[in-house]
Design a protein around this ligand. Structure first.
Ligand code: NAD
Ligand code: DAU
Length: 337
């Protein structure tokens, strides 16, 4: 089956392409614009079963070429970092909303048989101490990133209703694992801890996220591709809720860094308190369950970063340092970059 993966040089996209290769898929198009978050090295060693196409999903002509003859599109390309969306939302609307619409139109014209819109639990908004979101929870996004993803999901579902494109939407909780750009909480904490540098924690560190290993998410995306019902939404969650402070302290322990590297910094504006999803539909309809428990997966992830400084050190150049200074001010020492 010819499958186009967008955002294929990013964190989840590259893990997904790797999984597809391991499962024997041999007609893969890995499409990516290579923004700051896209890294061709993430696809190293996959050989000629993968055709890499550097293209922007907003470019209708390039999308028509890339999707010609494709049976499936797994759409992951996005601006994905909440903090960046708070500073400047424009790129989020251009890629996540307009880009998704361009891709939907192109997929329909190309006669694609399955379009998986890879989305996030953040579209549901924020929870208090208890409760879980189901697929029937209404979208109530609270950050520009989440709002752009919710818009994209609704456009994808509208394309199914209006034009009959076989769209499936997946919404997953926070991913961790190898090849994640060191701006999100886990990889940022790991690279800073390995360098003995202060680790920024927003607010009081009591916000909660539900962590899932990236490979479990990728297995879910493939289950949705193969068994998902068009027009339907599927939640994936790791069932591993932790406060941010618990998570940071666990990483400091695993890296052998001192606990006093934690720095409480100004809270994220509009910081969602807690996410948690009910993944019952994915369990019953897709036969999906997460396999990696957090303790094992986190230890493996820390080991991966420790063993691959050649992957992350080149990412910590002047552009990255400028971002860290803008985002964290005085805490922003430079993780060995
Ligand atoms: P990422 O930032 O690591 O990767 C995004 C990729 O998209 C990058 O390689 C980037 O170069 C590419 N891209 C950006 N704009 C593009 C454009 N206009 N055209 C083509 N390519 C473009 O993000 P990620 O964490 O791998 O997330 C992938 C997808 O999964 C996103 O849609 C995100 O919303 C979703 N998601 C992420 C998580 C998470 O925890 N990271 C959880 C649930 C859902
Ligand atoms: O829930 C799925 C979402 O998870 C995805 O859709 C997003 O693409 C992905 O970025 C992630 O969003 P979060 O905002 O939850 O992830 P992030 O790693 O940025 O933050 C996790 C938590 O840690 C959050 O409560 C904010 C906090 N945090 C984050 C950073 C970067 C800190 O305390 N300090 C930090 O420096």
């Amino acid at each position: 089956m010819r499958i186009v993966v967008t955002g294929a040089a990013g964190f989840i996209g590259s893990n997904l392409v790797r999984l597809l290769c391991a499962e024997g898929e041999d007609e893969l198009v890995a499409l990516d614009a290579l923004t700051y978050a896209g890294n061709p090295a993430n696809l190293d060693g996959l050989g000629d079963r993968v055709r890499f196409v550097r293209a922007d999903i907003r470019d209708a002509g390039l999308m028509a070429d890339a999707l010609a003859g494709a049976q499936a599109v797994l759409h992951l390309a996005a601006e994905s970092h909440v903090d960046r969306s708070i500073r400047d939302a424009r790129g989020f609307l251009e890629t996540n909303v307009i880009g998704t619409q361009v891709l939907l139109d192109t997929a329909r014209a190309a006669g694609v048989e399955r379009f998986v819109q890879v989305s996030t639990d953040e579209v549901y908004g924020s929870l208090g101490e208890s409760g879980q979101f189901t697929e029937d929870s209404p979208p109530a996004p609270r950050s520009p990133y989440a709002a752009s993803k919710a818009a994209a999901d609704l456009l994808a579902l509208a394309h199914h209703t209006t034009h009959g494109l076989p769209v499936v939407v997946t919404r997953c909780s926070n991913n961790y694992g190898p090849y994640q750009f060191p701006e999100k909480l886990i990889p940022l904490t790991i690279v800073r801890a390995l360098a003995g540098e202060p680790v920024p924690v927003y607010g009081d560190g009591r916000n909660v996220r539900d962590w899932i290993h990236v490979e479990d998410h990728c297995r879910g995306i493939l289950a949705a591709l193969r068994h998902g019902r068009p027009g339907r939404v599927y939640n994936f969650g790791g069932g591993a809720e932790r406060t941010n402070l618990e998570m940071v302290r666990a990483i400091l322990r695993l890296t052998g860094a001192p606990a006093d590297l934690v720095r409480f910094v100004a809270d994220r504006p509009g910081h969602d308190f807690r996410y948690a999803v009910d993944a019952g539909r994915s369990r019953s309809e897709l036969d999906w369950v997460p396999r990696t428990d957090l303790e094992t997966g986190l230890a493996e992830t820390v080991r991966w970063y420790r063993d691959h400084p050649g992957w992350w050190r080149p990412l910590l150049g002047p552009e990255y340092q400028a971002y860290i200074r803008r985002q964290y001010g005085g805490v922003g020492a430079d993780a060995g970059g």
